[in-house]
Design a protein around this ligand. Structure first.
Ligand SMILES: [Ca+2]
Length: 301
């Protein structure tokens, strides 16, 4: 049987003219459907321009989901994908806007649409331009924002977490790909706008950068939990996410993840992932390594 087979013939139409009759075989129909599906999810070509997605710049208090972005929280303390719940209540009354659950204030996401740092109404925390705030519930439900990959291709993901509460944030922060953790860190301190509060704490900031090919529909999850102390008091945590889809990106297993300690004395690690683990650079010394991402991104099928 040929790749595109058909049964052709002829018959007379009602006017007596001979018309060609083409009957597609079942195999042909299946092949055409497959070709259409492949075209729809085709990876980006090398000559296509790069596309950039920015959590804050794209933020919406009207739509959820909002394009590739989903704002919400976990229905439990788990980060399992099936626990994710979309936030359903938007509050755009103030200079800082919020997404909340239907029947609770926490967990929330908050955005600052302006080009200046904005403090919350109680002046307990402040959001820098380009930053979104997340806070868990006091029962341990993480606040979550997700990015659903719109098209198969090469993506570079950069996520920067920072404690932004005057009372010093104490949270656990995570990045997952299709439910698989690729980055876990603890935020302990203040790492936001210096004009609002001095940088302070053991690990006020944490940054993840990873580049991988991902399939259409892959889900990148960014989550903030209530931390090792088991309460969400003073836990407001800033998140800046920039995702670049670019066929020209060099792929491989390159990645890095960093945690900043107070005073910008940086302790962290950079390296290339291998089955044996990370080969850290000579500096900082190994005893300063405070973070070890468990896995790199999945490779699309
Ligand atoms: Ca906490």
């Amino acid at each position: 049987m040929g790749v595109v087979s058909s049964v052709a013939g002829s018959r007379d139409d009602r006017a007596g003219r001979e018309v060609e009759v083409v009957t597609l075989s079942a195999m042909t129909i299946v092949l055409l459907a497959l070709l259409a599906a492949v075209a729809d999810g085709a990876p980006a070509r090398d000559d296509e321009p790069a596309a950039t997605y920015d959590l804050a710049a794209d933020f919406s208090l009207v739509r959820n989901p909002n394009g590739p972005w989903e704002y919400g929280f976990s229905a439990s303390t788990s980060l399992a994908p099936d626990r994710f719940t979309l936030a359903s209540v938007a509050d755009a009354r103030g200079t800082i806007g919020f997404w909340h659950p239907a029947a609770a204030y926490y967990p929330y996401l908050a955005s600052n649409p302006t080009r200046r740092t904005r403090a919350d109404p109680t002046r307990s925390w402040a959001l820098r331009p380009g930053e979104v705030a997340l806070e868990a519930s006091n029962t341990g439900q993480p606040a979550i924002v997700r990015f659903v990959v719109p098209r198969a291709g090469r993506y570079r993901v950069k996520a920067r977490f920072a404690g932004i509460h005057f009372g010093l944030s104490s949270t656990d922060v995570h990045v997952l790909i299709n439910g698989v953790p690729v980055f876990d860190a603890l935020i302990d301190g203040y790492g936001g706008d210096r004009a609002f509060h001095a940088i302070e704490g053991r690990s006020p900031r944490a940054t993840f950068v990873g580049t991988r090919r991902m399939a259409a529909g892959a889900v990148v999850t960014f989550a903030v939990g209530y931390g090792a102390n088991g309460t969400h008091f003073n836990d407001t945590t800033g998140l800046r996410v920039r995702i670049q889809a670019d066929p020209r990106l060099r792929l491989g297993s390159g990645w890095n993840a960093r945690v900043w300690r107070s005073g910008h004395a940086r302790a962290g690690c950079r390296g290339r992932q291998s089955r044996r683990g990370m080969r850290a650079r000579p500096h900082p010394p190994p005893d300063k390594l405070v973070l070890m991402p468990r896995r790199v991104f999945e490779t699309s099928p």
